[in-house]
Design a protein around this ligand. Structure first.
Ligand SMILES: [Zn+2]
Length: 418
């Protein structure tokens, strides 16, 4: 089987130095650590590495409100007192602080996801990776959960120009609420989220009963899980659910949000997955051999985030890498074991009983059975404020588009494909 052609987006100049502020759990530095491990393992030699373009306002307003994008562009730590009203309206300030370079940060992480979607659309890659992306909580006019601009929604809108149906899968420990909400009433995107649910865990949405509305009814899939889930338990529910999803939906492209806060020992999370269990989900999805956009997301024990996303870069490339970490710029973070492995906590209780997982699996299967027959093609109603691109007419899954497309292209700077 030919190996995947992989495009990888990373802005080594800037992305690692954005700083949410002292004590804030979201640390873009984890992206520089991940990239450094990718370099140290030599994985960069096996893929095309690009510096992403900066997303433009015109691109951002394809989903977000203009006044919200204006605000994100203009607000700084120095002038934020002039924006008291907007800070409140757009819920910026606490979880989602105003920090230096906020607008450029949003443009870089969004640019990488858009560039990835365009590479896939034009048949220039089989898989595109943007670990800086995956900010799944952002809403049309609202920052949420450390997310400001929803790069995922924007990348999916790009993929919809070439694909009749796009599948979004979210394995972050938090419910993928922003993406689900954006596509809640359309059948052109199926969103699937595996997440911790209950005990007031953020963001509080994602009940198994939430399945979508109108044309999108049964096209939102939620798999609520409990604290302490292990690799084994996760695999037991993930595989049958995703097999059924793929069988019923038959998407033309995949978007994977690989939030690493579902790993054991996460500062904000409460699951008990190793990096192997986490990347097994990615491996499974790559097995469907569809154009795939691989994104980051949450992840707050940063040494484990770097471990996990490096392991998953290797999985995408079909490369075996040693468990012993190669010497790298952030070696001291990986003491005392200097290993790629994220070790589960052996004494943590798994609250997901077999009966619980079986019952969730059964409910999800019952919801998916409602999709019996061919997935709908008619687009009667668009979600409010979200102009979906017209459905591609002939051969929706064809790659390339024969050069007749007017889809905007952005020259991504090619800095290292050694
Ligand atoms: Zn998360």
């Amino acid at each position: 089987m030919p190996k995947n052609r992989v495009c990888y987006f990373h802005d080594a100049e800037t992305i690692g130095s954005f700083y949410y502020g002292p004590g804030h759990p979201m640390k873009p530095h984890r992206l520089q650590m991940t990239h450094n491990l990718v370099l140290a393992y030599g994985l960069y030699k096996k893929m095309q590495c690009f510096r992403p373009h900066l997303a433009t306002d015109e691109e951002l307003v394809q989903f977000h409100a203009e006044d919200y994008v204006d605000f994100i562009r203009r607000v700084t730590p120095d002038n934020s007192t002039d924006f008291a009203k907007q800070l409140q309206k757009f819920t910026v300030g606490e979880d989602c602080p105003v920090f230096d370079g906020l607008y450029d940060y949003c443009r870089v992480y969004t640019g990488g996801s858009l560039d990835g979607a365009m590479k896939l659309n034009h048949g220039l890659a089989d898989v595109a990776i943007n670990w800086a992306g995956g900010l799944h909580h952002a809403k049309r006019s609202e920052a949420s959960g450390f997310c400001y601009i929803n790069d995922i929604v924007l990348a999916i809108l790009e993929l919809l120009k070439y694909h009749a149906r796009v599948l979004y899968l979210d394995i972050d420990i938090h419910h993928g609420d922003g993406v689900e909400e954006a596509f809640y009433s359309t059948e052109r995107v199926m969103t699937v989220s595996f997440h911790k649910y209950g005990d007031y865990f953020f963001p509080g949405t994602g009940d198994v009963k939430d399945v979508g509305v109108k044309n999108g009814k049964y096209y939102s899939v939620n798999v609520p899980l409990k604290t302490g889930i292990t690799d084994d338990s996760y695999q037991k529910i993930f595989v049958p659910v995703m097999q059924k999803v793929m069988e019923m939906y038959r998407p033309g492209a995949l978007v994977l949000q690989c939030g690493a806060d579902s790993l054991a020992g996460d500062r904000l999370g409460c699951f008990n997955l190793s990096e192997r269990g986490h990347s097994e989900a990615v491996r499974h999805m790559l097995g469907y051999n569809l154009p795939t956009l691989v994104l980051g997301g949450g992840g707050y024990t940063i040494r484990n985030v770097a471990r996990c996303w490096t392991a998953e870069t290797a999985v995408v490339l079909g490369e075996q890498i040693a468990d012993d970490l190669p010497y790298n710029d952030y070696n001291e973070y990986y003491a005392p074991d200097f290993s790629l492995n994220v070790t589960p906590n052996a004494s943590m209780e798994n609250s997901n009983t077999r009966q619980y997982l079986d019952s969730i699996k059964q409910q999800v299967h019952e919801n998916l059975r409602m999709l019996q027959g061919a997935p709908g093609v008619a687009m009667e109603q668009l979600p409010p404020n979200l102009e979906l691109p017209p459905e591609p007419e002939a051969d929706p899954d064809a790659r390339g588009g024969g050069g007749s497309s007017s889809a905007p292209q952005h020259p991504a700077e090619h800095y290292d494909d050694d």
